[in-house]
Ligand binder design. Structure first.
Ligand code: GLY
Length: 445
């Protein structure tokens, strides 16, 4: 009889919805803990003969769930919960976990740690930076480099970084923002990281790892800006694409290998520094820049939406991959592959998002042909409603990303109705050509 592992999955976005789907396809019994009544994850948990809990996610709830359920291993997905130490809470019950502890997730929640780690271990890919809580040191760095990225060291949901020439007009505004971050301790950490401004195109590399071995996933490009043409404020991510050859239109195989090498060296350095193996999914936000491949930041988890791109073409048994991480012995990369399909994912968000979102508005869903995943919505009397955050991710795969884009766009226009907005340009030829032309101007193509 096929084994049915019992897995505790903690988290409740579109990313966790597809993780739950892939685990249920792997014949898992899902014990899901969400902070809200997530309609998609709830359905999957019930169909898997598991349990669904919607509650505040804290030590008390974790204790209760683990008292009442036999769990083979757990996976904690979102950054906020990793920072809160939910992995550590679960481990106290001697349950194995495939995600990082709070100390391991420091690679994401303290950008100054990640930068110093790379510098100390001479890992290629670190831009010039300063990490300090001394305003004079920060100002000196800004005066020296002029064009900079100013970053709070802690977690900000991707919304705290400001760059001169984009959100910051000039050196003076950069200095004022650094001072504001220091004084407000905006991200909960009193350190500000300032880096030289890099020019190029960003891309995402995600890898499965037990801290020693890795399985790299296809590359993805995310779009953080709210508006078409990569304009407007930063969001949690409005959509993303990946290509059929698992690279990107501007990334060569040697660039991909270089990014993987950086990931391996970082994991090695992480172990040397902390005497702990980083376990779970390591995410590298990289840039093909005029100064080479650089790491913009690390995350200690799958990206959202990037998880949706890679998992929709994942071929293998996700439960087995995660369980092998929980057991400190990542399975052979031969057991995992990714379909040679391109993918395009677009987020539907409430009109007015992120500043003034149309909350509590009904979303009508009329038989979509493509796959979709619920992010932040709730169900009442059989109807789906918006909250203040991203609502639904729609994804299509096809032989190339232009074809996938047409499918997603068609599906969004014909199958979803409500007070919703999405970016229609993600994955289009026009936007990709614009990015390629920009790289040509920088002599990177
Ligand atoms: N897509 C960016 C992130 O997950 O942080």
């Amino acid at each position: 009889m096929e084994r049915k592992p019992s897995i505790l999955l903690v988290g409740d976005g579109a990313r966790e919805h597809i993780i739950a789907e892939k685990l249920s396809e792997a014949n898992a019994k899902l014990i899901c803990l969400c902070s809200k009544d997530h309609p998609g994850i709830k359905r999957l948990a019930i169909l898997s003969s598991g349990k669904f809990y919607s509650s505040e996610i804290n030590e008390k709830t974790i204790n209760e769930i683990l008292k009442n359920n036999k769990v083979d291993f757990a996976f904690v997905s979102p950054d906020g919960l990793l920072f809160k130490g939910v992995t550590d809470m679960i481990k106290k019950h001697k349950v194995k976990v495939a995600s990082p502890t709070k100390a391991q997730a420091m690679i994401e929640w303290d950008k100054s740690f990640a930068r110093r780690l790379m510098k100390k271990h001479k890992i290629k890919g670190v831009p010039e930076f300063i990490a300090s809580n001394d305003i004079k040191e920060l100002n000196d760095f800004i005066e020296k480099h002029k064009q900079v990225a100013v970053k709070p060291a802690g977690l900000t949901g991707g919304k705290g970084v400001k760059v001169t020439g984009i959100q910051l007009k000039d050196e003076e505004e950069a200095k004022a923002y650094a001072k504001e971050l220091l004084e407000s301790k905006y991200s909960g950490i009193e350190t500000v990281v300032i880096e030289e401004r890099l020019l190029g195109q960003e891309f995402t590399l995600q890898i499965f790892t037990d801290g020693k071995n890795i399985i790299p996933m296809p590359l993805v490009q995310d779009h953080k800006n709210l508006l078409e043409d990569d304009q407007g404020p930063n969001t949690g991510g409005m959509g993303s694409y990946s290509t059929q050859n698992h690279l990107l239109p501007f990334i060569s195989i040697s660039d991909y290998e270089e990014a993987i090498e950086i990931a391996k060296k970082t994991l090695n350095a992480f172990y040397k520094e902390t005497k702990q193996y980083f376990k779970g999914v390591l995410y590298l936000q990289c840039m093909l820049s005029t100064k080479g491949i650089k790491v913009i930041e690390f995350n200690s988890r799958f990206g959202d939406p990037e998880a949706i791109n890679v998992l929709s073409i994942f071929q293998g048994n996700l439960a087995e991959v995660l369980e092998s991480i929980a057991n400190n012995r990542l399975i052979s990369s031969k057991k995992v592959s990714f379909k040679r399909n391109a993918t395009v994912c677009k987020y539907l968000v409430p009109n007015g998002y992120p500043d003034n979102p149309a909350k509590d508005k009904e979303i009508i869903i009329a038989k979509p042909r493509e796959k979709f995943y619920f992010a932040s919505v709730y169900e009442k009397e059989g109807k789906i409603f918006t909250t203040s955050s991203r609502a639904i991710a729609v994804i299509a795969k096809d032989i190339d990303f232009y074809s996938a884009e047409r499918r997603v766009e068609m599906d969004i226009r014909t199958s979803f109705a409500g007070e919703l907005y999405h970016r229609s340009d993600i994955g289009t030829q026009k936007l990709i050509y614009k990015k390629l032309n920009y790289l040509k101007e920088l002599n990177l193509m």
